[in-house]
Design a protein around this ligand. Sequence first.
Ligand code: SF4
Ligand code: SF4
Length: 451
Amino acid sequence: MDKEALIQAIRDAGVVGQGGAGFPAHVKYDVGVETVIANGCECEPLLHTDQHVMRTEAREIVRALREVVTATGAARGVVGIKRKYAAVAEAFTQAFAEPGPGSGVPLELFQMDNFYPAGDEQILVHEVTGRTIPPLGLPKDVGALVANVGTLYAVSRAMDGEPVTHKLLTVTGEVARPAILRVPIGTTIAECVAHCGGATVEDPVFLLGGPMMGRFADTPEAMASTLVTKTSGGVIVLERGHHLHRSATLPVREMQRRAAVACIQCRACTDLCPRHLIGHGFETHKVMRAFGGGTDAAMGALQAWMCCECGVCELFSCPMSLSPRRINALLKQEFRRAGAQYSGPREVLPAQADLRPFRKIPVPRLAHRLDIDRYMDIHPEFQGDYAPGSVRIPLQQHIGAPAVATVKAGDAVKAGARIGAIPEGKLGAAVHASISGTVAEVDDCITIKGD
Ligand code: SF4
Ligand code: SF4
C-alpha cells in the first residue's frame, strides 16, 4: 500500500489515537520520521486491554507497523512493552519473523521495567531513543512517531476497509466478574458493568480509564449516560469515598487553602516529576507556591503548561497529600481562557536526567499508595462481545471539530456504515455505525436502535 492510500484508508476508517486524547491518525501519521514506536506499555495499573490485543493480534499490529514505518520513511520500527509481558514478547518475536509485505522492514522489541509512566509518549521516546522531546514539543521534533498498539490494530483493520466500530474494554475493581469485553462504540459503561455481574459494593462510582489519569463518573446521571468511545480503555468500579475518589473531588477552594497552608516547599513533587526527570525546566513546587498565593499570582506560573497530568506528584510524591496535578490542570484551563501562552525557555537540561534511573516509580509501590493493591492480582480474561440493544455514538470522540451527521432520524443503517463525516477543511475523524438498526435521534450523538 502506498503512503497516500494508507493515509486515505486510515481517514476513511475514522482511526484516532486510542492511547490518549484521540488525535486523528491520518494527520498524525502523515509525517517523515526516523523511528516509529508502537506503544504497548499500558502503564496505568489495573488495565489489561493493550496486553490482550498484543497477545492476540501481534501479527496485525506488526502488519500495520511495517506499513507506517515504510510510509513515514523511518529507518526502524520499535515495539515498546514491559519486560514482564513474556507472552506478549513471544507473540511479537513470532510476528516479526513472519514473511509478507514489508517483512524487510527492521523491527525490534524494546522491553522496559515495570514503572509509571512508562507509556507516556515523552517518556517512551526518551527510553527508546535516548533523546528528550523539548518542553511542549512533539515526538516528531526528535524524529519519532508514537502509535498505541490498539491504534495500530485499527490501522491494520482499516487497510482491509474496516472502520472503527468496537472497543476493547477492561472492566475491573469492585465488580462481580472482572472481564475484558469487546463492545460497540456508544454502549453505556453502566451496561458493561452490569454485564460483568454488577458492582459488589453498595455505593459504587466509575473510574473511567486508569487510576492515575482517569476521570470519575460519580453522579447517577453521569454513571447512567457515560459512553464507550474510541478512546475508552477501561472502567474501574470503586466504592464512593475511596482514596482516589476523595482526591479527585476535593473542591478547588480547599485545594488552594491547603496549598497555602500546608505546602512545605519540599520539592518532592518536582524531584519525582517524570517531565522534570527527562530534562524539562519544570518545577511544579514553584507553581504550588504561586497558586497558594492566589490565582492572580498563579498567572505567573505559566510553566504549568508543561505538566502532562500524569498524577505522580499528587498520588505518589507529595508528603502533605496536596494536589499539584489538579492545580496545574486548573491553571491550564484559566490560561486557555485568558489566551496566556508559555513563553519561557524550552531547552532540555540533560543533567536533570542523571537521577532518572533512581527515581522511576515502581508500579507495585504505586498501587499500594493508591490503595488499589487488592485489585492488582485480578487478571481479567477476554469474555467476548457484548451486544447492546441500542447505542448512542458521540460525534466528537477525538481532538478537532465534531463530525457532521450524514444520517437523520428514521434512516436504516448497517454496522460499519459512515454516519458522521469530517467537516470540510477541519481537523476531525469520521464516525461509523457500531450496530445495525434505525437512527432514533441525532443531536451531539447519533442514537441507533438495534434491529
Ligand atoms: S511535594 Fe507537596 S508539600 Fe512538597 S513542594 Fe510539592 S506540593 Fe509542596
Ligand atoms: S502531574 Fe505532577 S508529576 Fe506529572 S507532569 Fe504534572 S507536575 Fe509532573
